[in-house]
Design a protein around this ligand. Structure first.
Ligand SMILES: Cc1cc2nc3c(=O)[nH]c(=O)nc-3n(C[C@H](O)[C@H](O)[C@H](O)COP(=O)(O)O)c2cc1C
Length: 203
């Protein structure tokens, strides 16, 4: 037996709750931006986040409604995706607070920043990975706007690499689940993709 849901017959908020409970786990982009005048540094988690294109490298996050991160990215054409590790759990959550527009989350939450190499928004100093992005485009979809950013620089802390490659056991990413739940990364398994030629050969 299954329970059936018709989004058209449901309150959008209720369907949103269902969607975010079943599209799991979601990686978290901890997005830093600066205000149009360049003075205020903004930081907020976005779990509607993924890679949009590999060549050129483009990532995307979605602003549900028009939030400061979106406004700043549009106004300045730049943003940084900071990696969200387990060790920064509480700080990441605190930057999701609906601070007024004239409050910068770096200062309000007390998060140390460091300069980016290619863009104006600062990076989170304690985050092990920063993807510096220039705005590629935005796509308005109903209540939400998808923000595409071309990655122009990546900075990865040596501490999370093994032989020069980022290692999941060191990155320890947080993910977003349904409700107020967060996921930790445990029980990683490895399995190579099967080439069709090998599949055939196995009979
Ligand atoms: C783990 C987590 C994930 C979130 N993901 C999103 C998201 O994908 N899109 C969104 O619009 N808001 C998301 N939020 C809420 C925003 O972070 C929150 O509204 C924040 O205040 C926006 O800040 P800003 O106005 O400075 O951009 C998330 C919050 C948390 C804690």
């Amino acid at each position: 037996m299954r329970i059936d849901y018709d989004p058209d017959a449901m309150d959008p908020g209720a369907f949103y709750k269902l969607l975010t409970a079943v599209v799991v786990p979601r990686p978290i982009a901890w997005v830093s931006t600066v205000s149009a005048d360049g003075f205020l540094a903004n930081l907020a988690p976005h779990s509607f986040f993924t890679v949009a294109c590999t060549d050129p490298p483009i990532v995307q996050f979605t602003s549900v409604g028009r939030k400061d991160s979106l406004r700043n990215a549009e106004a300045t054409g730049e943003f940084v995706v900071n990696f969200a590790p387990e060790s920064l759990f509480e700080q990441i959550n605190a930057t999701g607070t609906d601070f007024p527009g004239d409050v910068g989350e770096f200062d309000a939450v007390g998060i140390e920043r460091e300069p980016s190499v290619r863009v104006k928004p600062p990076r989170v100093a304690a985050s092990p990975v920063a993807l510096e992005c220039v705005l590629h485009s935005t796509l308005r979809l109903g209540s939400s706007t998808v923000v595409f950013g071309r990655v122009v620089h990546a900075a990865v802390s040596e501490e999370v690499t093994v032989e020069g490659h980022p290692e999941i056991g060191r990155l320890k990413p947080l993910s977003r689940l349904g409700k107020n739940e967060w996921g930790l990364t445990s029980g990683v398994r490895e399995l190579a993709r099967i080439r069709y030629a090998d599949w055939e050969a196995q009979g």
